[in-house]
Write a protein that binds this ligand. Structure first.
Ligand code: ZN
Ligand code: ZN
Length: 314
């Protein structure tokens, strides 16, 4: 089960850290102020997912790379159109004469459209962008893959869905055999649908499909992060396509219902609108995030109450 932690305090902007259980790999959604984000966590971030580059989502990018440089790792950064230029500008604004070219490598994936992702490489000390290739998917590693929707916030705002890979587990109690390397062979045969694969256990040979009942397929969880977006039908169609039946979604809920006119002017969402779209998606769990900094704790409670009433789980 993927875990997500909000790393920003109430009056701070927004940054959400996603962790994979039993793995040291983390993924960071947006780079707003994040007092709860530790240096160790930053150093474990293998990919950054930026929704858009309004200052409240991008101001702490310097704080992030401050702790990544020197790791020698490759770190992926996904973001909207022009993200590569904005990263380049930020990196080039410092002096790097003491930094080695192998100190880090950023791979930037610019989301041009649903089907077109441009991949760039950028490294110290000169930080010159190099276009590597164009691909039709955003992100996949050994633990998860990431799909997205390009929402409208008077600029592109990318909403990300993290889909944990399905896993296969062995039912130890249902087995009369001794454990051994045959279990991993059986799992591999199951994953590749090789029903006829021969599996040897304690000197006897079995057909893989005869043993599949010893395995259970665990469906990976689907976790979403939807940042700033206008509360309108165009965005809702896209949100429904990507986030339908997701297990848990964090969604921007910048305004109280009584301030919905501000939401409209600023291409943002408000409490009952965010709750309703989560209900329409059939999301199992929804969490409102990223409230206007003008609000007090009491306003926040008001937002949450209206959100969960609209979501249908108050
Ligand atoms: Zn914004
Ligand atoms: Zn924002």
């Amino acid at each position: 089960m993927l875990q997500a932690e909000i790393k920003s305090l109430f009056k701070e902007d927004i940054s959400i850290l996603i962790k994979v259980p039993n793995s040291a790999k983390h993924y960071l959604c947006d780079c707003g102020e994040a007092s709860l984000l530790t240096v160790k966590e930053v150093q474990s971030v293998s990919a950054l997912f930026i929704s858009h580059t309004h200052i409240d989502h991008f101001s702490n990018f310097d704080g992030i790379f401050r702790h990544q440089i020197g790791s020698g790792e490759k770190v992926v950064i996904c973001g909207p159109k022009n993200i590569h230029r904005q990263i380049e500008a930020r990196l080039k604004s410092y002096t790097w004469n003491l930094i080695d070219e192998n100190a880090i490598e950023y791979e930037i994936r610019e989301i041009v459209s649903e089907q077109e992702i441009k991949v760039y490489k950028i490294r110290p000390p000169h930080w010159n962008l190099e276009l590597i290739k164009t691909q039709d998917f955003l992100f996949e590693d050994e633990y998860l893959n990431v799909s997205f929707a390009i929402l409208d916030h008077k600029t592109d705002s990318i909403a990300y869905l993290f889909k944990e890979k399905d896993s296969v587990s062995f039912n130890e109690n249902g087995s009369r055999f001794k454990k051994g390397k045959w279990i991993s062979e059986l799992k591999a045969a199951f994953e590749r649908s090789e029903n006829d694969k021969e599996i040897e256990i304690e000197g006897a040979v079995y057909q893989a499909s005869e043993l599949f009942h010893l395995l259970t397929l665990n469906e990976g969880c689907r976790l979403g992060v939807i940042m700033d977006h206008a509360a309108d039908e165009g965005n809702y169609e896209k949100i429904k396509t990507v986030f339908e039946n997701a297990d848990r979604v964090y969604i921007e809920t910048f305004y109280k219902d009584e301030d919905r006119e501000f939401a409209k002017t600023n291409h943002h969402s408000y409490a009952s609108a965010s709750g309703s779209i989560m209900k329409a998606c059939g999301v199992k769990e929804a969490i409102p995030v990223h409230f206007s900094r003008r609000y007090t704790e009491i306003d926040r409670l008001e937002i949450e109450t209206a959100f969960y009433r609209a979501f249908g789980k108050d």
